[in-house]
Design a protein around this ligand. Sequence first.
Ligand SMILES: [Zn+2]
Length: 344
Amino acid sequence: MRATLMYGAGDVRVEDVPDPVLRRPTDAIVRVLVSCVCGSDLWPYASMAPVEHGSRMGHEFLGVVEDIGADVTTLKRGDVVVAPFVWSDNTCDFCRAGLQTSCRHGGHWGAGDVDGGQGEAVRVPQADGTLVKVPVGEDSELLPALLTLSDVMCTGHHAAVTAGVDARTTVTVIGDGAVGLSAVIAAKRLGAERIILMGRHEGRTALGRDLGATDVVAERGDEGVARVRDLTGGDGTHAVLECVGTRAAVETAIGVTRDGGVIGRVGAPQYTDVPMDFGTLMRNITLTGGVAPARAYIEDLLPDVLDGTIQPGRVFDRTVTLDDVAAGYQSMADRRALKVLIRR
Ligand SMILES: [Zn+2]
């Protein structure tokens, strides 16, 4: 089969790799219908040292069950399924606590002998625990929206949930990328009436308004903080959803958080220290968030995707074939594309 491999910064190739086969009785083989490029794929795309043997790429995919191992009980051939961005047994103590990203028997796509999602097919370990059946056909127009449940929509939702967003909270979303826009969707879905989106790409912030943002702040740094404070009577907002991952974004987050407020941090951190100094202590700010346990959220969000209450598929603004995936990476790296969908 064909699959995507990364050999270093700026070097993504689609190559022939062995077809996946069942190795353990808990495995399933999924033929991929749609997958996508993640913002987190862009970090190695910008900085990865060259390697001789490429890394298999992709951790967001939706497809059709082609085969199942003897111990798989909840799936059958022909089921359309979405995969969260890590695989997990969904039965251990961490999974039962809703933290499938810490599963005792789970792991990552594209690691070791596990396939990546940006390919024609995937061997799925712990298939019963990992895959979620979606009640649509292979040709459904909802496939892109359902694919966002792999990662980006659940990551935005995690920022909102960990920051305690509800009808009583005001919200700032930092970042107008696909995660930030998903966080806007999540905050609106959870009842927030005031959602300030910080971002400076007009097309993206316009989409953000469409998805539920009530205000847009294009300024960054101290100016951006001052602008959010102006909009909130000088106080900042109760919840701040940090969807970028740079130190500057964290500093902005602290600056726009109301005293006693909560920062839900989901941007993949490109920094090693967090500026939580004495002044921050005096303001009783909570820093939470982390990697989203997507598997814990898919069933919650699925009905709203199916009936169109939320439309996270709108974050995709470019579609490429698998053979053109390198161009897809480059268009996201150049910020010409917000998020790239891959169809075979
Ligand atoms: Zn587990």
